[in-house]
Design a protein around this ligand. Structure first.
Ligand code: SAH
Length: 567
């Protein structure tokens, strides 16, 4: 799995210049600044500890511009947990010191050297093996993977204790290393894709040089792959990717097998048989077909997986929530990090950013929804990882339904094969309700007052029936310049069924800068108090209001109806 870009975390404006220099070393890195202390950061955070721990748990490399001790104390509670250990570094605010702290196997020393070079200082490397040999033997470069970490640690301490070593197989990155080499050495570093017994006198490093092609009809795919590899005497650690014909793109069995084996899944055009498919995907490789339906292509170099066939495209329709970063669900944050293309109304695409230079933004007008949905499928069908952005929840008067409509109308198998997922967000009605208390604490009805895509008569009918049914009401799209009179008419209909004292909540730009929350009543509400950035919540007959200690008011609709139950 690829790591996210590093996060450069700073506590004050004094670190900004150093942070920017480090950003030149890692153009994808974002500067995280403490709210109120840092101006002009790429991302704001409110609490240093919570932000750092969240980054760590998301496996994000961390470059913290502060004292090493602060970082250690902050992350200490997480260190005993197994799981991600991304590189973590402390860098002096003025850029005079670079200290790698954690993530030795994640390449922290490599990063320390890169950052130190960018700042023109020396990195404070403390790893003995690395200092002695000029490379971390336990962290081979991408395209290679270590056989066994525990045996590896013992092996490195043996070398540090004075034992000599020989290198078997092709290990180009060790050409520059200063190893105590001796052709007659007892200990060896063995690089190869064959299956091998782990031994203490051998450091096994597998090149990811094998692709496994699978055709239909295999029952337990991971099990069958393991059996085929065993027959061909190929190490499972050498598998770089699974291969299948592109008419199998939506096959869930293959997807699960790739997940279980922890390798990507690539698709190529169907071929006469599985051996031919493997040969077409990895030209020049040795191909073995140990089992019907499974072919193994063994190359003599690590495979460039991104250049083999193509990936199944992905399309995620995401909800940003109302605006504030804390109200965005973590699945959406992760999706934003992996996207290659981002589509949406410009305001929302901006709100979802900042993006890396390699991410393509396709901003469109708010009204071109079907066109945007089709464009998203065209991109995803090429194998890209596409996001369509909505504010709030994508399923609430937003892009998810448009995307599904576009798919429903299409007979293109490439569109139907796209890995489509809808990721929810906090909708404006819920974000507004939470700030006011619990006005939607009992049954409620959600409506858009826009008659752009539905006749006004149906809106009137639904309003009338929902108000009669004594549901609390949440109005999206309450008013706009082109729809000036509709809200007034809607309020007249509601007033037929509700008293003038009925509580009303108006939330404007909730979760965004300059947000306002007003509590009023149905009798006092006039359309000029509302605009298109406002959420209107109207209580039911049981909704009540009482003062808050801070001077405001709480609004809630009790969970019961009729007589209050005995407690
Ligand atoms: N998908 C969005 C709604 C889109 S419709 C969601 O789930 O929230 C747009 C309407 O939503 C606006 O006219 C306004 O009524 C409401 N809205 C969206 N964001 C809002 C916010 N931050 N504060 C108040 N109302 C908002």
């Amino acid at each position: 799995m690829t790591r996210p870009a590093p996060a450069i975390v700073i506590l004050g404006n004094g670190s900004l210049a150093t942070a920017r220099k480090i950003q030149q070393v890692y153009p994808g890195a974002l500067i995280h600044g403490l709210v109120g202390r840092v101006e002009g950061a790429d991302r704001d955070y409110h609490e240093f500890g919570a932000n750092l721990r969240e980054l760590y748990q998301q496996d994000s490399p961390i470059i913290a511009l502060c004292a090493a001790g602060i970082v250690i104390r902050t992350l200490a509670p997480l260190l005993l947990e197994k799981g991600a250990e991304p590189p973590v570094l402390a860098v002096a605010e003025d850029g005079s010191a670079v200290v790698p702290l954690l993530g030795g196997l994640g390449g922290v020393n490599v990063m320390a050297r890169e950052i130190a070079a960018g700042l023109q200082v020396a990195a404070a490397i403390t790893t003995s093996g690395e200092l002695r040999f000029g490379t971390c033997l336990l962290n081979p470069p991408s395209g290679y993977t270590l056989g066994d970490l525990e045996l590896g640690k013992r092996f490195v301490s043996d070398l540090l204790a004075g034992h000599s070593v020989r290198v078997e197989g092709n290990a180009p990155w060790l050409d520059q290393a200063q190893l105590p080499e001796d052709p007659a050495a007892l200990r060896s570093i063995h690089v190869g894709s064959a299956a091998r017994e782990a031994r203490a006198d051998e450091l096994l490093i597998y090149p990811r040089s094998v692709a496994v092609a699978v055709s239909t009809g295999v029952v337990d795919v991971p099990q069958a792959i393991r059996a085929a590899l065993q027959q061909a005497n190929v190490a499972v650690q050498s598998v770089a990717c699974l291969l299948a014909a592109d008419d199998q793109m939506a096959n869930p069995t293959l997807r699960e097998a790739a997940l279980e084996l922890g390798v990507p899944l690539r698709f190529v055009a169907p071929a006469v048989d599985i051996g031919a498919l493997a040969r077409s995907a990895v030209p020049g490789a040795t191909v073995e077909v140990p089992l019907d339906n499974i072919a193994i292509a063994i190359a003599d170099q690590p495979l460039q997986v991104a250049q083999i066939g193509r990936a199944r495209g992905r399309l995620a329709v995401i909800g940003l929530g109302p605006g504030a970063a804390e109200l965005m669900v973590p699945a959406v944050k992760a999706e934003l990090a992996r996207a290659t293309d981002v589509l949406g109304y410009e305001t929302y695409v901006r709100m979802a950013g900042p993006f890396r230079a390699d991410q393509v933004l396709h901003c469109t007008d708010n009204r071109e929804e079907m066109q945007r949905a089709r464009h998203a499928f065209e991109l995803a069908a090429q194998g890209r990882s596409v996001i369509v952005v909505s504010s709030g929840d994508p399923g609430v008067f937003a892009m998810a339904a448009a995307v599904l409509e576009a798919l429903h109308e299409s007979s293109d198998p490439a569109w139907h094969n796209v890995d489509l997922e809808i990721l929810p967000g906090v909708s404006a009605s819920l974000a507004t309700a939470a700030q006011a208390g619990a006005p939607l604490g009992h049954d409620f009805c959600v409506m858009s007052l826009s008659d752009n895509l539905k006749p006004w008569s149906i809106i009137e009918k639904r309003l009338d029936l929902a108000a009669e049914a004594d549901l609390a009401l949440a109005f999206y799209n309450p008013i706009s310049r082109s729809r000036p009179w509709q809200l007034g008419r809607a309020l007249e209909i509601v007033a037929r069924h509700r008293i003038a004292e009925t509580p009303v909540v108006l939330g404007r730009d909730i979760g965004r800068p300059g947000q306002t929350l007003r509590v009023t009543t149905l009798g006092a509400l006039t359309p000029d108090q509302v605009d298109m950035r406002t959420m209107v919540l109207i209580g039911s007959s049981t909704t009540c209001v009482f003062p808050r200690a801070d001077g405001g008011e709480w609004v809630y609709t009790p969970r019961w109806y009729g007589d209050k139950p005995a407690t």
